[in-house]
Write a protein that binds this ligand. Structure first.
Ligand SMILES: O=P(O)(O)OC[C@@H](O)[C@@H](O)c1c[nH]c2ccccc12
Length: 316
């Protein structure tokens, strides 16, 4: 398959689709299936991508691109995601916070039972978040586009990142039509050309692309793509779930750190941040923003959780 071959040549291990069409016995989590079946996902990220491919194909049938493009005329205006991060960083001297509205994840299960996305978003905003990240994947993260829309329509002013597994440009238009100000592009899933093309479409739509990397090879690929302004280092390996905040430090050492300063790229430290020491550690490594879910969404008052995370009230 052409796409898989191009991807593999760039070190991408995630196959876009099963090698032999849809999985023959797509019945449950990959752990329970025979490992040696050729069309069995090799890890959770691959399973999510294969599922997304089917989901997007169905959604696209209901809302083809022309319909979506029309809907964009009525979409709420785009807000400046990077500007909000920079402003927060300058105001507080701490990394700007992207607070994540996250009900569950495949690695942690349910994080919060009484989940009211709008209430959580309001609490984050009050607690000093610069931007919000809203998970929209239903199957693996119990999120939804309804949550994104509801938060946007509730008058929350923080710019919104649509936290989705993007594999096709159609999804960018869809995210925008639901009120997204930014989207996530995962380098472990997308070949360079896709990132380049999707970054351009984001710009056309006025949205910011947060391009996520996890290792040196992905980081170098993304640094070579023109027009990328915001890069996230995910401390969690999406294939194994292993979390290590040392990844952020390791990737920003030496030449790469120099390049991002020269290009004025904003770096985001993502996942596994729980304490003021963790925040200080990734800030010292060179990030000007952080993306945090678990440690704040679990607090009875998520906004106050932000003060605990930073060791001070960042809302003032
Ligand atoms: O809950 P945490 O460990 O604070 O992590 C938040 C965020 O970084 C994480 O949800 C995330 C980062 N990249 C992703 C890609 C897909 C799904 C989820 C993610």
């Amino acid at each position: 398959m052409f796409h898989n071959e191009v991807a593999a040549s760039q070190g991408i291990r995630i196959r876009r689709r099963p090698p032999t069409g849809p999985p023959a016995h797509y019945v449950g989590p990959f752990q329970f299936r025979l490992q040696n079946e050729g069309n069995t996902p090799r890890n959770i990220l691959e399973e999510i991508v294969w599922n997304k491919d089917i989901e997007v194909a169905q959604l696209k049938e209901r809302k083809p691109l022309i319909t979506l493009k029309k809907a964009l005329e009525n979409a709420p205006p785009v807000r400046d995601f990077i500007g909000a991060l920079r402003a927060a960083n300058e105001r507080t001297g701490l990394p700007g916070l992207i607070a994540e509205v996250k009900k569950a994840s495949p690695s942690r299960g349910i994080l919060r039972e009484d989940f009211d996305p709008v209430e959580i978003a309001r609490s984050y905003e009050k607690g000093g978040a610069a931007c919000l990240s809203v998970l929209t994947d239903e199957k693996f993260f119990k999120g939804s586009f309804e949550n994104l829309e509801a938060i946007r329509n509730a008058g929350v002013k923080c710019p919104l990142l649509c936290k989705e597994f993007i594999i096709e440009a159609w999804q960018l238009y869809y995210a925008r039509s639901k009120g997204a100000d930014a989207v996530l592009l995962i380098a472990a899933v997308l070949p360079d050309l896709d990132i380049k093309y999707m970054t351009k479409i984001c710009k056309l739509l006025g949205m910011t692309a947060l391009v996520e990397v996890h290792d040196e090879r992905e980081f170098d690929r993304v640094l070579g793509i023109e027009g990328v302004e915001l890069i996230g280092i995910n401390n969690r390996n999406l294939e194994t779930f292993e979390v290590d905040i040392g990844i952020t430090k390791k990737l920003l050492e030496g030449e790469r750190g120099k390049i991002i300063r020269e290009k004025n790229i904003i770096m985001v430290g993502e996942s596994g941040l729980f304490t003021p020491e963790d925040i200080a550690y990734v800030q010292e490594a060179g990030v000007r923003a952080v993306l945090v879910g678990e440690s704040i969404v679990k607090q009875s008052d998520p906004g106050k959780g932000i003060s605990k995370l930073f060791g001070k009230d960042i809302s003032i």
